[in-house]
Design a protein around this ligand. Sequence first.
Ligand code: NAD
Ligand code: TYD
Length: 352
Amino acid sequence: MKRTILITGGAGFIGSHVVRLFVGKYPDCRIVCLDKLTYAGNPANLADVAQAPNFVFVKADICDLERMRAVFREYDVEGVIHLAAESHVDRSIRDPFTFARTNVLGTLSLLQAASEHWAGKTEGKRFHHISTDEVYGALQADGTFFTEATRYDPHSPYSASKASSDHFVRAFHDTYGLPTVVSNCSNNYGPYQFPEKLIPLFINNIRLGRPLPVYGRGENVRDWLYVEDHARAIDAIFHRGRIGETYNIGGCNEWRNIDLVRVLVRTADRLLGNPEGHSEHLITFVADRAGHDLRYAIDARKLREELGWEPSLQFEEGIEKTVRWYLDNRKWTDDVTSGEYANYYEQMYGRR
Ligand code: NAD
Ligand code: TYD
């Protein structure tokens, strides 16, 4: 094997797509997928690459500094793509400490292990930190965008913890010369997303005839990107992005939540063979999320102009593929919602 790339959070939603892309595209590289397997991490997401000769799975907690040091030593890690995180805003509102622990302290222990292992020999090494557009705060509905120069202004415990981790990454670059790069991406959608996030939750609820809890009036806007396009952007930035830089990644694809939910209802009803409008009555307006950011929208010009990346999928095509995947893979959703999540759902929405 030419070199080892460590991908943290590789059993989660986005991480599993990145692992799949890298295992297939770089057969000469050893891909070490490191994951604690929290409720959001699922080995089934990697079933199709688990037997590949260049794939290694390590079950570990990124907060365990000694373990991180040992992993860097054992595999002589030369590149890191760091996705492991607690990622759901609603959970962060209920339990901010877990977010600070994993997202801040976990990132710090990985940075420490990398800078110790690479001390004095940073040539060819790279630490790519995966972050979110939510660190920039909220935009008004005024056509402005987040750029890489936008001031950080996080509002949720989730975005505050990600903002903090981004600052630590830059501090390790500026203080210790760690070869880092950061990318901040908009909302992802696609297969293998845990069904507590808007799109898979609502597809599942439409299938089961359960209410679709739209926060507030559904007027919040998100910029949606198909997950495989995010994985392609990570590949480009990890290999060709400039050290010390930040790259914004976005779909140029803004939707008000309520309009998106109507597209989901129409698409799912059609694929389920229901008459048009059959599931519209499930749309239920519920109390708004605390501190709910009104709008996120990314200006991805830097990534396009420097590295030639563009989203490849039109939204209609991506949504069709996604709804079809969840309807064709009901067992996957049923399996991941059968344990701890069932209790979580009950606490959140008062029913199953
Ligand atoms: P996810 O919740 O689906 O997956 C997170 C993974 O990290 C899981 O496999 C989990 O087991 C693992 N993990 C959690 N805590 C860990 C720990 N202490 N040690 C080791 N592994 C641990 O998240 P996702 O949606 O795939 O997001 C991945 C990354 O991308 C996160 O850093 C997130 O902030 C970022 N991001 C997500 C989105 C999005 O729309 N989902 C958008 C932009 C950025
Ligand atoms: P989510 O998928 O949680 O992503 P994020 O909060 O990171 O953007 O939510 C996307 C949008 O959908 C967000 O504006 C909150 C809203 N939402 C609902 O209206 N109802 C829901 O049940 C969920 C989970 C989200």
